[in-house]
Design a binder for this molecule. Structure first.
Ligand SMILES: [Zn+2]
Ligand SMILES: [Zn+2]
Length: 188
């Protein structure tokens, strides 16, 4: 069975080198749907609590929210960084507090201090699914990701591979010692 939840991300990007309107900088509200698959945890009668899926995903994905997403070879990147530098906001500002943990994968690098994500490939809806999967595949049993942004949408199914022990009292993942970080349940 699957537990399914949605996350909204607001971001700016452009398709560098693309022959169409999308080559100009513009913004979107993107909606990511995450489908987590596992057996039904009989203690709580759910696969996984959706608010916990959101929490796990949001830890890294909030780096994309109210962020500028540019491809690594886009000449806008040094130009924007130059302006941020002159303004003194490149390395953060007291008002930039809703930051995720910085990450670097083969496909994307997050710079939360200046709300920037630099990608290897153009950040289409397909590109976003590849990035999200690489960031979350070890943390959640992702069976399907769907990302919609304006009229664009893409989805991909995945084979789940994690063995995640879940708390029979509150449903969340047990830690490495078999203890529930939320309610203290200890696996027997
Ligand atoms: Zn767009
Ligand atoms: Zn628990």
């Amino acid at each position: 069975m699957r537990s399914i939840t949605k996350i909204e991300l607001q971001y700016a990007h452009r398709f560098y080198g693309f022959k169409g309107e999308a080559q100009y900088l513009h913004g979107h509200t993107g909606v990511l749907t995450i489908e987590v698959e596992d057996t039904v945890n009989e203690g709580v009668n759910m696969v996984f609590p959706c608010n916990e899926i959101q929490k796990t995903a949001w830890e890294v994905l909030k780096n994309f929210d109210h962020a500028l997403i540019l491809r690594e070879d886009d000449p806008l990147l040094p130009a924007v960084l130059n302006v941020y530098e002159k303004q003194g906001i490149k390395n953060g500002s007291p008002q930039n507090t809703m930051k995720g943990e910085a990450f670097q994968t083969e496909l994307a690098t997050a710079y939360p201090d200046c709300r920037l994500v630099v990608t290897k490939e153009t950040m289409t809806v397909e590109g976003m699914i590849k990035i999200v999967y690489s960031l979350l595949k070890d943390k959640l049993n992702i069976a399907k990701l769907t990302f919609t942004s304006g009229v664009n949408a893409a989805s991909q199914e995945f084979v789940t591979h994690n063995k995640i022990d879940r708390c029979p009292l509150c449903g969340i993942a047990l830690d490495a010692n078999g203890v529930c970080p939320k309610c203290g349940y200890r696996k027997k």
